[in-house]
Write a protein that binds this ligand. Structure first.
Ligand code: CUA
Length: 349
Protein backbone atom coordinates (compact mmCIF):
# COMPACT_ATOMS: atom_id res chain seq x y z
CA UNK A 1 0.00 0.00 0.00
CA UNK A 2 1.37 3.48 -0.90
CA UNK A 3 2.69 5.37 2.12
CA UNK A 4 0.16 8.20 1.71
CA UNK A 5 -2.82 5.78 2.18
CA UNK A 6 -1.24 4.19 5.22
CA UNK A 7 -0.81 7.65 6.70
CA UNK A 8 -4.42 8.64 5.95
CA UNK A 9 -5.71 5.40 7.47
CA UNK A 10 -3.63 5.89 10.62
CA UNK A 11 -4.65 9.51 11.03
CA UNK A 12 -8.34 8.66 10.61
CA UNK A 13 -7.90 5.92 13.23
CA UNK A 14 -6.22 8.47 15.55
CA UNK A 15 -9.03 10.98 14.98
CA UNK A 16 -11.72 8.45 15.80
CA UNK A 17 -9.76 7.35 18.88
CA UNK A 18 -9.52 11.02 19.96
CA UNK A 19 -13.26 11.58 19.38
CA UNK A 20 -13.99 8.44 21.42
CA UNK A 21 -11.76 9.59 24.28
CA UNK A 22 -13.35 13.03 24.20
CA UNK A 23 -16.88 11.51 24.35
CA UNK A 24 -15.84 9.43 27.36
CA UNK A 25 -14.46 12.54 29.12
CA UNK A 26 -17.61 14.56 28.34
CA UNK A 27 -19.91 11.70 29.48
CA UNK A 28 -17.82 11.20 32.62
CA UNK A 29 -17.94 14.92 33.44
CA UNK A 30 -21.72 14.97 32.94
CA UNK A 31 -22.19 11.96 35.24
CA UNK A 32 -19.89 13.55 37.86
CA UNK A 33 -21.86 16.83 37.67
CA UNK A 34 -25.19 14.95 37.99
CA UNK A 35 -23.88 13.04 41.02
CA UNK A 36 -22.60 16.26 42.59
CA UNK A 37 -25.90 18.08 42.08
CA UNK A 38 -27.88 15.04 43.35
CA UNK A 39 -25.68 15.03 46.47
CA UNK A 40 -26.75 18.62 47.25
CA UNK A 41 -30.34 17.60 48.13
CA UNK A 42 -31.91 15.21 50.60
CA UNK A 43 -32.68 15.05 54.31
CA UNK A 44 -29.15 15.80 55.45
CA UNK A 45 -27.81 18.53 53.21
CA UNK A 46 -26.55 21.92 54.29
CA UNK A 47 -26.86 23.01 50.64
CA UNK A 48 -30.62 22.35 50.62
CA UNK A 49 -31.50 24.52 53.64
CA UNK A 50 -34.81 24.23 55.50
CA UNK A 51 -33.91 26.67 58.24
CA UNK A 52 -32.91 30.33 58.58
CA UNK A 53 -29.45 29.53 59.96
CA UNK A 54 -28.72 26.82 57.38
CA UNK A 55 -29.72 29.25 54.60
CA UNK A 56 -27.21 31.81 55.92
CA UNK A 57 -24.49 29.18 56.01
CA UNK A 58 -25.34 27.90 52.51
CA UNK A 59 -25.23 31.48 51.21
CA UNK A 60 -21.82 31.96 52.84
CA UNK A 61 -20.62 28.71 51.25
CA UNK A 62 -21.66 29.76 47.74
CA UNK A 63 -19.97 33.17 48.05
CA UNK A 64 -16.81 31.52 49.37
CA UNK A 65 -16.93 28.91 46.59
CA UNK A 66 -17.37 31.68 43.98
CA UNK A 67 -14.43 33.60 45.50
CA UNK A 68 -12.26 30.48 45.44
CA UNK A 69 -13.24 29.86 41.80
CA UNK A 70 -12.27 33.39 40.74
CA UNK A 71 -8.85 33.03 42.44
CA UNK A 72 -8.33 29.59 40.89
CA UNK A 73 -9.31 30.81 37.42
CA UNK A 74 -6.92 33.79 37.71
CA UNK A 75 -4.03 31.51 38.72
CA UNK A 76 -4.74 29.06 35.88
CA UNK A 77 -4.96 31.90 33.31
CA UNK A 78 -1.65 33.30 34.57
CA UNK A 79 -0.06 29.84 34.42
CA UNK A 80 -1.23 29.30 30.83
CA UNK A 81 -0.12 32.80 29.87
CA UNK A 82 3.34 32.28 31.37
CA UNK A 83 3.80 29.08 29.34
CA UNK A 84 2.24 30.21 26.05
CA UNK A 85 3.52 33.79 25.55
CA UNK A 86 6.72 34.34 23.72
CA UNK A 87 9.53 34.59 26.26
CA UNK A 88 11.00 38.07 26.37
CA UNK A 89 13.73 39.84 28.29
CA UNK A 90 13.38 39.71 32.03
CA UNK A 91 11.54 42.79 33.26
CA UNK A 92 12.40 43.39 36.93
CA UNK A 93 9.63 45.95 37.51
CA UNK A 94 6.90 43.67 36.17
CA UNK A 95 8.26 40.67 38.12
CA UNK A 96 8.22 42.64 41.39
CA UNK A 97 4.71 43.85 40.68
CA UNK A 98 3.56 40.27 40.11
CA UNK A 99 5.22 38.94 43.26
CA UNK A 100 4.08 41.76 45.58
CA UNK A 101 0.67 42.17 43.94
CA UNK A 102 -0.21 38.50 43.36
CA UNK A 103 1.63 37.13 46.41
CA UNK A 104 0.70 39.69 49.08
CA UNK A 105 -1.80 42.39 48.09
CA UNK A 106 -4.44 40.31 46.29
CA UNK A 107 -4.53 37.45 48.89
CA UNK A 108 -4.72 39.99 51.75
CA UNK A 109 -7.63 41.83 50.14
CA UNK A 110 -9.49 38.65 49.12
CA UNK A 111 -9.02 36.91 52.50
CA UNK A 112 -10.01 40.06 54.43
CA UNK A 113 -13.22 40.43 52.42
CA UNK A 114 -14.06 36.71 52.87
CA UNK A 115 -13.22 36.86 56.62
CA UNK A 116 -15.45 39.89 57.23
CA UNK A 117 -18.23 38.32 55.17
CA UNK A 118 -17.80 34.99 57.05
CA UNK A 119 -17.78 36.55 60.53
CA UNK A 120 -20.73 38.87 59.92
CA UNK A 121 -23.51 36.25 60.41
CA UNK A 122 -22.01 34.81 63.63
CA UNK A 123 -23.60 37.19 66.22
CA UNK A 124 -27.05 36.32 64.83
CA UNK A 125 -26.22 32.58 64.89
CA UNK A 126 -25.09 32.44 68.56
CA UNK A 127 -27.50 34.97 70.10
CA UNK A 128 -30.29 33.83 72.46
CA UNK A 129 -33.76 32.95 71.17
CA UNK A 130 -36.51 35.54 71.80
CA UNK A 131 -38.34 35.41 75.17
CA UNK A 132 -41.02 32.68 75.29
CA UNK A 133 -39.37 30.49 72.63
CA UNK A 134 -39.44 26.72 72.90
CA UNK A 135 -36.43 25.39 74.82
CA UNK A 136 -35.01 21.91 74.35
CA UNK A 137 -32.06 20.40 76.22
CA UNK A 138 -30.15 17.68 74.39
CA UNK A 139 -27.46 15.56 76.04
CA UNK A 140 -25.05 13.56 73.90
CA UNK A 141 -24.75 10.04 75.33
CA UNK A 142 -22.70 7.08 74.03
CA UNK A 143 -24.29 6.77 71.40
CA UNK A 144 -27.70 8.28 71.55
CA UNK A 145 -29.48 11.55 72.37
CA UNK A 146 -31.29 12.38 75.61
CA UNK A 147 -33.90 15.03 74.76
CA UNK A 148 -35.82 17.17 77.27
CA UNK A 149 -38.52 19.58 76.17
CA UNK A 150 -39.28 22.58 78.38
CA UNK A 151 -42.61 23.86 77.07
CA UNK A 152 -43.32 27.41 78.35
CA UNK A 153 -45.30 27.06 81.60
CA UNK A 154 -45.37 23.25 81.42
CA UNK A 155 -43.56 20.29 82.99
CA UNK A 156 -40.37 19.06 81.25
CA UNK A 157 -40.89 16.08 78.94
CA UNK A 158 -38.03 13.56 78.68
CA UNK A 159 -37.66 11.81 75.31
CA UNK A 160 -34.86 10.31 73.21
CA UNK A 161 -33.44 10.12 69.70
CA UNK A 162 -36.10 12.14 67.91
CA UNK A 163 -36.82 15.85 67.83
CA UNK A 164 -39.93 17.58 66.59
CA UNK A 165 -40.15 21.30 66.00
CA UNK A 166 -42.89 23.75 64.99
CA UNK A 167 -42.22 25.36 61.61
CA UNK A 168 -41.41 29.08 61.45
CA UNK A 169 -40.57 29.51 65.17
CA UNK A 170 -37.17 30.01 66.78
CA UNK A 171 -36.06 27.21 69.11
CA UNK A 172 -33.25 27.28 71.64
CA UNK A 173 -31.18 24.13 72.20
CA UNK A 174 -29.07 23.72 75.32
CA UNK A 175 -26.41 21.12 74.62
CA UNK A 176 -24.18 19.14 76.97
CA UNK A 177 -22.50 15.77 77.49
CA UNK A 178 -21.62 13.75 80.60
CA UNK A 179 -18.39 12.15 79.31
CA UNK A 180 -16.99 12.68 75.81
CA UNK A 181 -17.29 15.47 73.23
CA UNK A 182 -20.07 15.08 70.66
CA UNK A 183 -21.26 17.58 68.09
CA UNK A 184 -24.94 18.28 67.47
CA UNK A 185 -25.65 18.86 63.79
CA UNK A 186 -28.85 19.08 61.75
CA UNK A 187 -27.30 20.11 58.40
CA UNK A 188 -30.63 21.10 56.81
CA UNK A 189 -31.50 23.44 59.69
CA UNK A 190 -28.33 24.96 61.17
CA UNK A 191 -24.62 24.68 61.78
CA UNK A 192 -23.00 22.25 64.20
CA UNK A 193 -22.32 22.96 67.87
CA UNK A 194 -20.08 20.87 70.13
CA UNK A 195 -21.45 19.17 73.25
CA UNK A 196 -18.68 19.52 75.80
CA UNK A 197 -18.55 17.79 79.22
CA UNK A 198 -18.84 20.32 82.07
CA UNK A 199 -20.21 23.04 79.84
CA UNK A 200 -23.56 23.99 78.31
CA UNK A 201 -23.46 25.27 74.74
CA UNK A 202 -26.33 26.93 72.93
CA UNK A 203 -27.81 26.70 69.47
CA UNK A 204 -30.72 28.77 68.20
CA UNK A 205 -32.40 27.85 64.96
CA UNK A 206 -35.60 28.56 63.07
CA UNK A 207 -36.96 25.92 60.68
CA UNK A 208 -38.55 27.50 57.63
CA UNK A 209 -39.93 24.43 55.88
CA UNK A 210 -41.89 21.41 57.18
CA UNK A 211 -40.43 17.97 56.56
CA UNK A 212 -38.33 15.17 58.00
CA UNK A 213 -34.61 15.82 58.30
CA UNK A 214 -31.66 13.91 59.68
CA UNK A 215 -29.36 15.03 62.45
CA UNK A 216 -25.98 13.47 63.20
CA UNK A 217 -23.09 13.55 65.61
CA UNK A 218 -20.29 15.47 63.88
CA UNK A 219 -17.43 14.82 66.30
CA UNK A 220 -15.70 11.46 66.64
CA UNK A 221 -16.87 10.16 70.03
CA UNK A 222 -16.07 6.44 70.09
CA UNK A 223 -16.76 3.10 68.41
CA UNK A 224 -20.33 3.90 67.32
CA UNK A 225 -19.90 7.58 66.48
CA UNK A 226 -21.21 6.91 62.97
CA UNK A 227 -24.31 5.21 64.44
CA UNK A 228 -25.43 8.24 66.43
CA UNK A 229 -28.14 9.96 64.41
CA UNK A 230 -31.68 11.22 64.94
CA UNK A 231 -34.73 12.27 62.99
CA UNK A 232 -35.98 15.83 63.10
CA UNK A 233 -39.63 16.33 62.18
CA UNK A 234 -40.63 19.92 61.42
CA UNK A 235 -44.40 20.30 61.46
CA UNK A 236 -47.23 22.82 61.84
CA UNK A 237 -47.78 24.30 65.33
CA UNK A 238 -51.06 22.40 66.13
CA UNK A 239 -49.63 19.09 64.95
CA UNK A 240 -46.52 19.70 67.06
CA UNK A 241 -48.58 20.57 70.16
CA UNK A 242 -50.67 17.42 69.76
CA UNK A 243 -47.49 15.36 69.47
CA UNK A 244 -45.84 16.95 72.55
CA UNK A 245 -49.02 16.56 74.65
CA UNK A 246 -49.09 12.88 73.67
CA UNK A 247 -45.39 12.43 74.49
CA UNK A 248 -46.01 13.94 77.95
CA UNK A 249 -48.62 11.26 78.74
CA UNK A 250 -47.67 7.90 80.30
CA UNK A 251 -47.72 4.74 78.19
CA UNK A 252 -51.03 2.95 77.61
CA UNK A 253 -51.04 -0.48 79.32
CA UNK A 254 -50.96 -3.34 76.74
CA UNK A 255 -54.29 -5.04 76.03
CA UNK A 256 -53.39 -8.06 73.85
CA UNK A 257 -51.81 -11.11 75.53
CA UNK A 258 -48.49 -11.04 73.56
CA UNK A 259 -47.55 -7.43 74.38
CA UNK A 260 -48.80 -7.93 77.97
CA UNK A 261 -46.40 -10.86 78.25
CA UNK A 262 -43.73 -8.59 76.73
CA UNK A 263 -44.28 -6.06 79.51
CA UNK A 264 -43.86 -8.77 82.17
CA UNK A 265 -40.64 -9.88 80.50
CA UNK A 266 -39.40 -6.29 80.27
CA UNK A 267 -39.82 -5.85 84.02
CA UNK A 268 -38.55 -9.36 84.90
CA UNK A 269 -35.33 -9.18 82.81
CA UNK A 270 -34.00 -6.05 84.46
CA UNK A 271 -34.66 -3.71 81.50
CA UNK A 272 -36.22 -1.26 83.97
CA UNK A 273 -32.84 -0.74 85.68
CA UNK A 274 -31.78 1.35 82.68
CA UNK A 275 -34.99 2.45 80.95
CA UNK A 276 -38.02 4.45 81.96
CA UNK A 277 -41.49 3.64 80.69
CA UNK A 278 -43.78 6.17 82.31
CA UNK A 279 -46.94 4.52 83.66
CA UNK A 280 -45.01 1.38 84.73
CA UNK A 281 -42.49 0.69 87.51
CA UNK A 282 -39.63 1.01 84.98
CA UNK A 283 -37.78 4.17 86.02
CA UNK A 284 -34.13 3.66 84.97
CA UNK A 285 -32.28 6.69 83.62
CA UNK A 286 -29.08 5.17 82.18
CA UNK A 287 -30.64 4.37 78.79
CA UNK A 288 -33.18 6.14 76.60
CA UNK A 289 -36.74 6.78 77.82
CA UNK A 290 -38.96 4.22 76.05
CA UNK A 291 -42.44 5.53 76.98
CA UNK A 292 -43.40 6.10 73.32
CA UNK A 293 -40.52 4.30 71.57
CA UNK A 294 -42.81 2.46 69.12
CA UNK A 295 -43.97 5.75 67.59
CA UNK A 296 -40.50 7.00 66.71
CA UNK A 297 -39.21 6.98 63.13
CA UNK A 298 -36.11 4.95 63.92
CA UNK A 299 -34.56 2.67 66.49
CA UNK A 300 -31.18 2.72 68.27
CA UNK A 301 -30.57 6.41 67.45
CA UNK A 302 -31.18 6.37 63.70
CA UNK A 303 -29.53 2.97 63.20
CA UNK A 304 -32.51 0.66 62.45
CA UNK A 305 -36.05 1.12 61.11
CA UNK A 306 -38.75 0.99 63.81
CA UNK A 307 -40.49 -2.36 63.16
CA UNK A 308 -41.08 -5.40 65.43
CA UNK A 309 -38.34 -7.36 63.61
CA UNK A 310 -35.88 -4.55 64.27
CA UNK A 311 -36.76 -4.49 67.98
CA UNK A 312 -36.07 -8.23 68.08
CA UNK A 313 -32.77 -7.83 66.31
CA UNK A 314 -31.74 -4.91 68.49
CA UNK A 315 -32.60 -6.54 71.85
CA UNK A 316 -30.89 -9.83 70.92
CA UNK A 317 -27.79 -8.38 69.18
CA UNK A 318 -27.14 -4.90 70.57
CA UNK A 319 -23.35 -5.09 70.35
CA UNK A 320 -23.42 -6.39 66.74
CA UNK A 321 -25.73 -3.59 65.65
CA UNK A 322 -23.90 -0.91 67.63
CA UNK A 323 -20.34 -1.85 68.67
CA UNK A 324 -19.38 -0.69 72.16
CA UNK A 325 -22.95 0.02 73.26
CA UNK A 326 -23.63 -0.20 77.03
CA UNK A 327 -26.78 -2.33 76.63
CA UNK A 328 -25.90 -6.04 76.79
CA UNK A 329 -27.29 -8.36 74.07
CA UNK A 330 -30.22 -10.55 75.21
CA UNK A 331 -29.62 -13.40 72.72
CA UNK A 332 -30.24 -15.91 75.50
CA UNK A 333 -33.97 -15.15 75.41
CA UNK A 334 -36.05 -17.73 73.50
CA UNK A 335 -37.60 -16.52 70.19
CA UNK A 336 -41.16 -16.34 71.61
CA UNK A 337 -39.99 -14.09 74.47
CA UNK A 338 -38.10 -11.82 72.06
CA UNK A 339 -41.21 -11.64 69.92
CA UNK A 340 -43.36 -10.70 72.94
CA UNK A 341 -40.87 -8.01 73.98
CA UNK A 342 -40.80 -6.63 70.43
CA UNK A 343 -44.63 -6.57 70.29
CA UNK A 344 -44.75 -4.69 73.61
CA UNK A 345 -42.10 -2.12 72.63
CA UNK A 346 -43.56 -1.53 69.16
CA UNK A 347 -46.97 -1.02 70.83
CA UNK A 348 -45.60 1.87 72.93
CA UNK A 349 -46.74 4.60 70.55
CU1 CUA B 1 -21.30 11.38 69.36
CU2 CUA B 1 -19.77 11.28 67.54
Amino acid sequence: MPAIFTHLRLSSKNTSRHTGARSVIVAGSLVACALLVAGCGGVQSSLDPAGREAARIANLFWWMAAGAFVVWAAVIILAIWSVRVRPEAHNLRRTRLLIVGGGAVVPTVVLTVLLVYGLAPIPALVGPAPEGSLKIAVTGEQWWWRVRYYPPGGEPVVLANEIRLPVGEPVEFRLDSPDVIHSFWIPSLAGKVDMIPGRVTRLVLKPTRAGVFRGVCAEYCGASHALMAFNVVVQEREEFERWLAHQARPAEPPVEPTPARGQELFLANGCSACHTIRGTTAAGVIGPDLTHVGGRLSLAAGTLPNEPDDFRRWVAHTTDVKPGVLMPPFHMLPPDELQALAAYLKGLR
